[in-house]
Ligand binder design. Structure first.
Ligand code: SIN
Length: 388
């Protein structure tokens, strides 16, 4: 630890957050890729120093909350405390994150597990399955009252919606991230994490489906989406609104999702070792149908179209989609507009296509993957889109 602190002083870093007063796991940055200014770690880099979790006695009166860490900016680190774009996501371990917010221990008996430590663009189907299975295992136990997942914000909504469809418990599950790395002035991660534990500890949060917490807002995994590249108020649910807020240290709920979730869905990950391949194709002027050929050739079982407007497609794309449908690939029309329902018509049924309701393309992909674990009949898959 001494070496770390000395090194940081030498580098002129001002350590503002409690996290940074703790021994910090500073990972090497080899094997990283840079996506839009953010360093995304594709492999969990070995930590030079790993902070030991501060042993805390279990208090019987408090709920037990497990934090599962996957990486992201909430576990991000940079050599500069004004750097909020060029940092390394997934650099700090779960122990460091927990030790940074000792106040959480007044809310719950908190313990952590590292599921992955990557930037969220690298969260893949294998991580989704691992996470979901572990959450179901934990929540089946009387010793766990709620689960918090720390996650990068870029694909957070996809993981949250996946869990919303496969977690088999009414106990609270909260996915939390941050827009500023832990090393930044005014980093948002610590308070977001504190609030997430607050929600996961609250009996009021039971039965709400999987929730996300950032910027004091509680969003439904079904409705929430990332809307801004760098702002801390990026998670919005413009059409349907938030479920609630955390304010003045209390949790307030105002809305509920009307769509089926968690214990109400037919999906079961228990025996799944992989998920069917579903790709997303973006609609634009002058596009070709060769992307459909490529997706089919690569083994896609489903294709989500990020259509223009109300899920519209060019005549060239429609031919590509018809070719896919003729080979048994399920094509789902969604929209690139960012909001609104893609309305279903007889022509979809005739073409063997489904529509995504109000799911954006990335969430439609999640539902289509799970739907394909049950059936490949378009009419049955459409009922999932209508209900979930
Ligand atoms: C990521 O999604 O892992 C990087 C960006 C973020 O967490 O805000």
């Amino acid at each position: 630890m001494k070496t770390n602190v000395k090194m940081k002083k030498k580098m002129g870093i001002v350590l503002m957050s409690a996290a940074l007063m703790m021994p910090m796991a500073v990972s090497s940055v080899s094997a990283d890729t840079v996506v839009q200014g953010t360093v995304i770690s594709s492999t969990p880099a070995p930590a030079k120093t790993v902070a030991a979790a501060v042993p805390t006695p279990v208090t019987a009166a408090l709920p037990n909350v497990k934090i599962l860490a996957t990486g992201g900016t909430i576990a991000g680190s940079s050599a500069s405390n004004t750097d909020v774009t060029g940092y390394k996501a997934g650099a700090l371990t779960i122990d460091t994150l927990i030790n940074a917010v000792p106040e959480m221990k007044q809310l719950a008996n908190v313990s952590g597990e590292q599921i992955a430590n990557v930037g969220s663009p690298d969260i893949d189907n294998a991580v989704l399955l691992k996470l979901a299975k572990r959450i179901n295992e934990l929540l089946a136990s009387d010793d766990v009252d709620g689960v918090v997942i720390t996650h990068g914000t870029d694909t957070l909504e996809e993981t949250a919606y996946f869990l919303n469809l496969v977690v088999k418990s009414d106990k609270p599950v909260v996915v939390v991230g941050a827009m500023r790395p832990a090393t930044a002035i005014s980093a948002d991660g610590s308070f977001n994490l504190y609030n997430a534990v607050k929600i996961a500890s609250s009996p009021k949060a039971r039965g709400k489906g999987v929730m996300i917490e950032l910027n004091d807002r509680i969003g439904s995994a079904r409705y929430i989406t990332k809307t801004n590249t760098t702002g801390t108020d990026t998670f919005k649910s413009v059409e349907q609104g938030y479920l609630g807020v955390v304010s003045g240290g209390n949790v307030f709920f105002y809305n509920e999702s009307t769509r089926k979730h968690t214990t109400q869905t037919v999906f079961d990950v228990t025996n799944l070792t992989s998920l069917p391949q579903v790709d997303i194709l973006y609609e634009y002027q002058n596009n070709g149908s060769y992307f459909y050929d490529a997706a089919i050739a690569a083994g896609a079982k489903g294709i989500v179209v990020a259509g223009s407007g109300n899920g519209s497609m060019s005549s060239v794309s429609s031919k590509g989609a018809a070719k896919a449908a003729a080979q048994g690939v399920i094509v789902a029309r969604s929209t690139r507009t960012g909001s609104g329902v893609v309305t279903h018509s007889d022509s979809d049924d005739k073409a063997g296509m489904v529509t995504s309701d109000s799911l954006n393309p990335q969430k439609a992909r999640i539902l289509l993957m799970l739907a394909l674990t049950q059936t490949n009949k378009p009419s049955e898959i459409q009922t999932y889109f209508d209900q979930y």
